[in-house]
Ligand binder design. Structure first.
Ligand SMILES: [Zn+2]
Length: 400
């Protein structure tokens, strides 16, 4: 949708107002500082790494008026979504599939002289490291023919890890990494442009923390970990972890403290930090999958299943349990009514928010969410990892 000059003027005024109102208190709350460096004339595209839900706000503190490309879930929040659309007019992007309308909206706004911010990973970091840009990013950047600015938000993963229930106060910084002009990247392939973006925005939270050793203080620091960690390093079993206050426990007796530096302290495990645990459990899950061709070894009861129609309406289905093996995902209801999805037919499986699962199979789009007392502990990542395993298997990547 093309914006009118009046709408753009209104958006600029509101943006300026909120920036004036929020920059100081939020910068203080998060101990956020940023460099004010020379930027090109508008329009340009800002490409930052992405760790916290508040990243658009931090980017807004650092840049003049900008429109954000946002996950479609921002548009399903009723009155709040209407307010956000009225004031900031973000551009929606479907999470599990490329959307032609998104690209057209971006080009229109740039043509009207407005800046755009895209989080190239399309998602907040799951493991503390910057992920590769969404494959479509390079082609989009190339076709827009405006400069792009790569931006680094450092310290944000340990301030608000994706799995956490609350924030911690440590240190966050923002800085421009590079400004790339069209004449520099016109001759590059989209993949080469993605390589440049990835290199510029790559951060490994624990590698940085190993050097800096900054304290990230807060309450109940470990709570929520079981929504990201599913395998116990002590007994090797999945789905028996739980967190309380500053500790993560397993039914086997394993106990580990998550300290203010973001590291684990424990005599029961040899793992030092979240990223290490995350990599280890994925590798272990792959091994389990290799040995269990048909066994369903990841499952959850008490979930909400929604089907999303072409008008983006959420229709609640009676199915309330999920299980998955190497070949299939099965959603069942109390009466045994099943929806069976072959892993090979899944074209997109991702996570949004802390622990909600998004699944695109052929033309069917599902959301699987925890509810009630499961909301804290539901672990969507084991499904993601098993899906990644199936995908590698289906493309014979393991044979290469
Ligand atoms: Zn255990």
């Amino acid at each position: 949708m093309r914006l009118t000059k009046g709408q753009i003027k209104r958006h600029k005024l509101i943006y300026g107002f909120f920036k004036l109102l929020l920059t100081k208190p939020f910068s203080k709350r998060y101990n956020f500082t940023f460099e004010k460096s020379g930027l090109p004339d508008a329009p340009y595209i800002i490409l930052p790494n992405h760790n916290t839900e508040l990243d658009p706000l931090f980017i807004a503190f650092c840049f003049p008026h900008t429109y954000f490309v946002a996950s479609e879930h921002l548009f399903n929040k009723g009155f709040l979504s209407k307010l956000l659309t009225h004031f900031f007019s973000p551009i929606p992007r479907m999470k599990s599939r490329a959307d032609v309308t998104t690209v057209l909206d971006i080009r229109r706004r740039l043509n009207q002289g407005c800046n755009i911010c895209i989080f190239p990973e399309g998602d907040r970091s799951l493991d503390g490291r910057t992920a590769r840009p969404h494959p479509s990013t390079g082609a989009l950047i190339k076709s827009c023919k405006v400069p792009f600015v790569t931006y680094m938000l450092e310290g944000s993963f340990l301030t608000h890890p994706r799995w956490s229930l609350g924030i911690r106060r440590g240190k966050m910084t923002g800085r421009v990494v590079n400004i790339h002009y069209p004449e520099q990247f016109a001759g590059m392939t989209p993949e080469e442009i993605n390589d440049v973006i990835y290199k510029d925005t790559y951060d490994d939270a624990y590698k940085t923390q190993n050097k800096q050793m900054i304290q990230y203080k807060g309450k109940n620091l470990a709570e929520g970990l079981e929504s990201a960690l599913y395998l116990c390093p002590n007994c090797g079993r999945p789905e028996h972890l739980r967190s309380e206050k500053n500790h993560i426990f397993c039914e086997c007796g394993m106990s580990a403290k998550y300290n203010e530096y973001g590291y684990f302290e424990s005599d029961d495990i040899g793992i030092k930090n979240f990223t290490e645990w995350y990599d280890w459990q994925r590798a272990e899950l792959y091994k389990m999958a290799e040995d269990a061709y048909s066994r369903f070894f990841v499952s959850d009861n008490g979930v909400c299943v929604y089907k999303i129609d072409t008008q983006r309406r959420h229709v609640k289905l009676p199915q309330n349990s999920i299980k998955m093996n190497r070949q299939q995902i099965i959603l069942s209801d109390e009466n045994g009514e099943k929806i069976v999805i072959d892993n090979s037919s899944v074209s997109g499986l991702s996570i949004y928010s802390r622990n909600c699962l998004l699944l695109l199979s052929k033309q069917d789009y599902y959301e699987i969410k925890p509810y009630g007392d499961k909301s804290r502990g539901f672990n969507a990542r084991k499904y993601l990892h098993l899906y990644e395993f199936s995908k590698k298997e289906n493309t014979n990547e393991f044979l290469k």
